[in-house]
Design a protein around this ligand. Structure first.
Ligand code: STX
Length: 315
């Protein structure tokens, strides 16, 4: 099994003002002359971590990673205004031009896969290929499964904690009930909701749940942006015109090399979505990891992603 490349520091970090309101934080690591890859993090609202650099051979890749609007070191923190899928798609293109990249490989898991599909379908000429993991297309059925009815059958214990901030009379529409609290003027109300929302996701992301990731997701500095931005995208149905938009537009990227890595026991983004994507995009390679859940740190997922990035380095 392949493991992560050694930890590295960026050779360059910067800020890019992408609108009157928003500035995004980005970093470049690895080889400045290497093949460019843009890493799209999850959530939306998850921000970046140094580990993301370690999925790529630093001799071969110019590894470009950024905090999407409102999270990590991007500012303003947890801001929902001017924060839509199409704003992020424009930011990626603006960052590409700013860094004088002609084409890059697009790497994204979970919400990062949603954004990778949206971006590549709008800018196919900017893309060399796609490495996708834990596929999420932000359709109503996927939101319903994880935040209303479905995943609770597998994690009733964690679900009880997720339900706590919401009184029974509001539980028939949990995403809306959470949205009201996450946008409350009362900081305590916001933070309580943000913590419960985020810990639910941390509790369900790994085949074998980890206390460390629950602790990380539960910290207010992480949870507030993660929960607010996720919930904002979900109440707005990802800002898509129609629910199957990303499948309907596959022809725009069909010619690009693509790999889809999916954990069999992914509870956050169940495999049906990866399956449907692959049915529509059969030219892409589907790799199912039979002993993994959602997280990119699961050993089998890590192995498959690193093998894929090694192969793509030769494109
Ligand atoms: N959201 C899934 C997602 O994109 C429905 C995601 N889950 N956890 C993450 O992202 C981080 C690891 C980035 C926090």
């Amino acid at each position: 099994m392949r493991d992560l490349y050694p930890a590295i520091e960026p050779y360059h970090q910067g800020k890019l003002k992408v609108s009157d309101l928003h500035t995004i934080h980005y970093e470049e690591s690895g080889n400045p002359e290497g093949k460019p890859v843009i890493f799209l993090h999850g959530g939306p609202g998850g921000g970046i971590t140094p580990r993301y650099r370690q999925y790529f051979d630093p001799q071969l890749w110019r590894i470009i990673i950024f905090d999407q609007r409102g999270c990590g070191q991007s500012t303003p923190y947890a801001e929902l205004q001017e924060n839509t899928t199409w704003d992020l798609v424009r930011d990626i293109e603006q960052l590409r031009e700013h860094l004088k990249v002609t084409q890059w490989v697009v790497f994204g898991g979970s919400w990062g896969s949603t954004l990778a599909l949206a971006y590549s379908q709008n800018h196919p000429d900017s893309c060399k290929g796609l490495i996708l993991r834990g596929i999420f297309m932000l359709r109503p059925s996927e939101i319903r499964w994880f935040y209303q009815e479905g995943a609770n059958h597998i994690y009733p214990d964690a679900w009880q904690e997720y339900l706590k901030p919401i009184p029974p009379e509001e539980q028939d529409d949990l995403v809306s009930a959470y949205y009201r609290r996450l946008t409350s003027k009362d900081r305590q109300v916001r933070l309580e909701a943000a913590r419960a929302w985020s810990v639910w996701e941390a509790s369900t992301s790994k085949l074998v749940p980890s206390a460390a990731s629950k602790q990380y997701f539960g910290q207010p500095e992480f949870a507030e942006a993660f929960a607010r931005i996720e919930c904002h995208y979900f109440v707005n149905q990802g800002f898509f015109d129609r629910e199957n938009q990303l499948l309907a537009n596959i022809d725009r990227i069909r010619h690009l090399p693509g790999v889809i890595v999916q954990g069999r026991y992914d509870v956050v983004c169940p495999m049906i979505t990866a399956w449907e994507l692959h049915q529509t995009w059969q030219e892409a390679e589907l790799i199912v990891i039979d002993n993994a859940g959602h997280s990119m740190s699961e050993p089998g997922i890590k192995d498959a992603l690193i093998r894929a990035s090694d192969r793509f380095a030769a494109l």
